[in-house]
Ligand binder design. Sequence first.
Ligand code: PLP
Length: 412
Amino acid sequence: MGNGVEKPVSRDDLIHFIRSVVSSNEKQQQTDPFYVLDLGTIRSLVNTWSHNLPMVQPFYAVKCNPNPAFLEEMAALGTGFDCASLAEIQTILSLGVSPDRIVFANTCKPESHIKYAAEVGVNLTTFDSRCELEKMKRWHPKCALLIRIKVPETSGATFKFGSKFGALPDEIVPLLRAAQEAKLQVNGVSFHIGSRASNFHAFEDAIQVAKTTFDTAARLGLPKMHTLNIGGGFTAGPKFTEAASAVKVALQKYFPNEPGAAAGNEGLKIMAEPGRFFANPSFTLATSIIGKRIRGGVREYWINDGVSGSMNFLKYDHDDVVCTPLRLTVKNPTCKGLKTWNSTVFGPTCDAADTVFKDFQLPELDVNDRLVFHNMGAYTSSRGNDFNGFKTSAIPTFITRRPNRRPSLHCR
Ligand code: PLP
């Protein structure tokens, strides 16, 4: 994976790039929102992953952002993919990725999707119920299985999964027995500590429960388990180093005799399903101001994307987003040093809840000035809707190849 040749473009380079997109598309695109995908950032993140967690193979969680150019780059860099549906599998196979680089990581799959996985040779999936075992037996009995376990919710994650996913401790033995009786092959264990985690000791708690599950399977006489899937929950930046060291400490503690845990070679196969880690920093969103109102000392602005669109996650994820005003007409494009006003920023729809920020300091801006949002790749375009005809799905993505290279349009 990753050859380390390309550095991410800096914030200043991105701003420069955005200005060049705007001016090269003056007629149609001048005010429409658009994304910028920075290929250098993806490469740098893949390298960071390999450097910190060389023993853990990342299977990028496609649901987080299925932008085709992003997926192509991930495929070229050698990652695997976590697909949750038939359509996601089709997308990944259409890139020429071989089916053994896919985990069908959905514990409850429609039968038609299971049949499709069998046809195309996707042979690894997760389960946490007897019903899923019955469906697998019927439609894809050769598929290797990972038992998804519910792990202690100690990660402080914004998005927790335990109420819906994962076998409870007292369900593990009956499920393993049922798999054994059905002659299905359980290769290992899978878990997810929750998305946007902040306490990475949770990995230690989860890997301990996983180890107990491996031991239980051995006690029941199942063939030796050899796969540990540690899920997602990673964020880029300093928190990643913290998470990676927690994972390494836990692997050494609970799987000390597995060569794979230390060296990434034979033995235990360790995989993960990171989404946010790769997608979030790779995308920047450029919006335009489409309206303005002054109420006393407060400036109110409308922009052309919002909470019904790319920013649907803002109610949970506020602190990841970095907002930069960008004037296209003055020498100081990022408005550094200008007097600021207490400002509200609304999205474009008729829903009053479509309010992006309140009490935010911005300089005096006008219609057609740009507001640029960094770290906008995770669960943004993939979760937005087309409410009021403001089509999240139609927002185009421009791709940086190298700093200062002319933008190339990639339509979603
Ligand atoms: N794997 C599964 C099964 C998930 O449900 C998710 C997120 O919903 C992920 C991986 C990705 O998680 P994250 O974006 O926190 O890395």
